[in-house]
Write a protein that binds this ligand. Structure first.
Ligand code: CA
Length: 229
């Protein structure tokens, strides 16, 4: 649930805004002073601030500027004067939106929702989700380096994991044992390609229901292996 701070010294307006936002499911706190509002905005875990311009204690210009120094939550500035809104825009204080009083409470709710949605998208874009390959009951989490079969985690050694992930990333492609050995063991030598066979066997024991009829890693006789998608 999103939490909203209203900084507004006209009690009737603050109450109206609070009522409408609460009816829309938001948690709302109000304060009538600019300086108190700034403290609240900085220490509280608010998702958005509705900020009046003319306030006792500290004006909305200063409050907005100082919130911006520390937080990137959306700030909607409101003022009774159209001229003030133009001034705020000109100052580039970093407010996300401006509304001239009087405005309808439903207009405020709509803008609050739009800004929260936009902000959540921005924040969401910053956190990279795990790189996951999912095929039937098999789930390979490349970021966490974990493998699950039907939701149950299986323990993989580093090379087993690398080999499975490589094959799953390149499905429907036949790789020879030599190619897999070079790729996973990172050695340009002829090496012991039997290692690949051993690892494939171990992987199958962990992910296949029936190792004699593998549904994921197919053996292409005389050539190598292919991951079935
Ligand atoms: Ca005011």
């Amino acid at each position: 649930m999103s939490k909203i701070l209203i900084v507004e010294d006209e009690e009737a307006i603050a109450d109206l805004e609070k009522d409408y936002l609460e009816l829309s499911g938001f948690v709302v706190e109000t304060t009538s002073r600019g300086d108190v509002g700034l403290q609240e905005a900085l220490k509280g875990d608010y998702d958005l601030v509705v900020l009046d311009l003319m306030l006792p204690g500290m004006d909305g210009f200063e409050v907005c500027r100082r919130i911006r120094e520390q937080k990137d939550i959306p700030v909607i500035m409101v003022s009774a004067k159209k001229d003030d809104i133009d001034k705020i825009r000109g100052l580039g204080l970093g407010a996300d939106d401006y509304m001239t009083k009087p405005f309808s409470p439903s207009e405020l709710v709509a803008r609050v929702k739009a800004h929260l949605a936009r902000y959540e998208r921005l924040v969401g874009a910053g956190t990279k989700s795990n790189d996951i390959i999912e095929i039937r009951g098999l789930k390979i989490d490349k970021t966490a380096r974990r493998v699950y079969v039907d939701g149950v985690e299986k323990n993989f050694t580093t090379k087993e994991f690398d080999l499975l992930a490589f094959l799953a990333e390149n499905p429907d492609h036949v790789f020879t044992k030599e190619e897999l050995f070079r790729k996973i063991w990172n050695m340009d030598s002829v090496g012991d390609i039997a290692t690949v066979t051993v690892h494939i066997k171990k992987i199958r024991e962990k992910i296949e229901y029936n190792t004699s009829k593998p549904q994921y890693i197919e053996t292409i006789w005389g050539v190598g292996y292919r991951f079935k998608i």
